[in-house]
Design a protein around this ligand. Structure first.
Ligand SMILES: [Zn+2]
Length: 331
């Protein structure tokens, strides 16, 4: 399977999304900071194979920002390289990220309720798969923002705690909803009680040293702890991103997963999959079994080539889309 660098993903500053005034201001600001050297970039390697044997897929994200995406030739995981350094990302998260991504300045009640609906979806996924009885559990969420997700679990009877780096969001959930939230990361967590459930919802793909993070998860896990990981799945770009890879790519993501590449990464740290899908919603637990890596490269390249063609085929309604998915996108 050959090189898949996509011409329409070249670094030309053109955004794929329709953006408001605040978002356009943020993009200008970020580009100025890149140009002045305030935001710095570093080269990196595959987090699973630990080498740089890779192909370049594209060079920009949905905002038109410089964002080189690579695929590892040995295992198929996608990762950003060169990527912003941790120091630059910290500044970006404090200054521009939420304004650029949400298009609003403050945490609001409608944002909180959106998170809460996500909490219900996670709860339903766990219930449907008989994975956990969340009613009497201790649930920890890493990267909880204002805490809407764990608020849903609290209503179901769970004891909950959330941590996040965004102070504004922590204050909102703490003060307006009385949630037990803390500014920080797993590393700085004061409470060492091992949770029954640890939630990472749209967080893992933002973390630079993902291997160190998973080691920390391991440190905070008992044999019975369930790890729930939700990340945007590459193999459902056709469903969740209008079959448009450019809508999927965003500069705060340092990794991009399929269910297979997430399983590979987790297995290198001694975790095995309990249940998962390509959305990606997944649950893991510790295991003693040594699991072989599965190379996802050819499948994911085939998938991207097909959705790139699929974008150009008129699919007038849901029925046509379903037929297309069944014929071309089942792997
Ligand atoms: Zn690799």
């Amino acid at each position: 399977m050959g090189i898949i660098k996509l011409k329409r993903l070249e670094n030309n500053n053109a955004p794929e999304l329709t953006l408001n005034k605040l978002q356009l201001e943020m993009i200008d600001l970020i580009n100025q900071k890149i140009e002045s050297g305030e935001y710095q970039f570093e080269d990196t390697e595959c987090p699973i194979c630990h080498h740089k044997n890779r192909d370049l897929i594209g060079e920009k994200d949905r905002y038109g920002l410089y964002f080189p995406t690579n695929i590892c030739l040995t295992c198929g995981i996608w990762y950003t390289s060169p990527r912003m350094t941790q120091l630059s990302y910290n500044k970006f998260y404090n200054n521009e990220q939420k304004k650029l991504y949400v298009g609003i300045e403050e945490p609001t009640e409608s944002y909180f309720l959106r998170q809460k609906r996500k909490g219900k979806k996670i709860y339903d996924f766990l219930q449907k798969n008989n994975i956990l009885n969340p009613d009497s559990s201790y649930v920890l969420e890493v990267g909880c923002a204002a805490g809407g997700i764990i608020d849903f679990f609290r209503e179901k009877g769970a004891k909950v705690k959330g941590i996040d780096l965004g102070e504004q969001y922590i204050d909102y959930g703490r003060n307006l909803h009385g949630l037990d939230l803390e500014v920080g990361t797993l590393k700085s967590l004061s409470n060492s009680k091992k949770p029954d459930l640890i939630i990472y919802s749209h967080v893992l793909e933002h973390i630079l040293d993902v291997n160190a993070e998973i080691e920390l998860i391991k440190h905070f896990s008992s044999d019975n702890t369930i790890i729930y990981i939700e990340v945007p799945g590459i193999k459902e770009i056709h469903k969740n991103y209008d079959m448009n890879i450019l809508k999927y790519l965003q500069n705060s993501h340092t990794f991009h997963f399929t269910l297979e590449s997430l399983i590979n990464l987790m297995s290198t740290h001694g975790f095995e999959l309990i249940k998962g899908n390509q959305y990606v919603r997944s649950t893991f637990k510790l295991t003693n079994r040594v699991l072989p890596l599965q190379n996802d490269h050819d499948q994911v390249v085939k998938y991207i080539k097909r959705i790139e063609k699929g974008r150009l085929i008129p699919l007038p309604n849901r029925a046509y889309r379903t037929v297309f998915e069944k014929l071309f996108l089942k792997f």
